[in-house]
Design a protein around this ligand. Sequence first.
Ligand SMILES: C[S@@+](CC[C@H](N)C(=O)[O-])C[C@H]1O[C@@H](n2cnc3c(N)ncnc32)[C@H](O)[C@@H]1O
Length: 249
Amino acid sequence: MGADRVAAAFADERLVRLEGFHALKHALRFGAEIVAAATDDAAALDVLAQRLAPDVRDRIAAAVVERPLAPLVARPPHTGVVAVARRPPFELPPAGGPPVVLLEDPRHLGNVGAVVRVAAAAGAAGVLTTGARDPWDAAALRGSAGLHFALPVGRVDPGDLGARPLVVLDPAGADPFALPDGALLAFGTERDGVSAELAARADARIRIPMRGGVSSLNLATAVAVVLYAGRSGFSQRSIVQTARMPTDS
Ligand SMILES: C[S@@+](CC[C@H](N)C(=O)[O-])C[C@H]1O[C@@H](n2cnc3c(N)ncnc32)[C@H](O)[C@@H]1O
């Protein structure tokens, strides 16, 4: 791909931006369609790929063109590679099965990315968000290390959350219990917690126990605790089976 076409792809706002080696690696593993990719040092990138991701090394080498990154992205990543990919179509995950995470109006895109990353690792069925922030923003993709491509991630209307049992996570909630199958696990906004509207619709409102004096956990940490506590007793095998994992690595 010529330098002009790479620059044009990076300016296309319909595409999503992958900044850094790990984002590109995961995106490729989970089936992303890479439209353009660039590195400022193809030899160094190949050494990194050989060491950290031999399974996608050839695809990385085939995707990248060597060129300066500064005109493409504001802050070139230290791993020296950036890419743009097609955003996959989003559909609400079907009812039942593993839990779905709902983030109500998250403000910090790094948190959104960290949530997508742990949701992918734990085999959640999807991550939904409400509010103004785009969960596919480049900052969120940096936080997820490209794992957005491993499960459905999308913004939803608060009135259209599907028919899953709604379990709201709230530091002031009741003691935790075994999660219902196919739960929609809802987490509130960083500063203010869950809205009164969402809390009123909940089938249950539960807390993660904390030592006295501690107000709350970080949003992404709370999601990690609940997903893994909900899965305790599940085998590693069942986690891998529920995730979208098209390759053998
Ligand atoms: C940083 S916290 C929000 C803190 C907010 N002041 C509140 O009281 O909810 C962000 C979200 O993480 C979840 N969370 C954090 N700590 C929790 C806990 N101990 N129990 C249940 N949920 C928690 C909740 O969903 C919360 O809305």
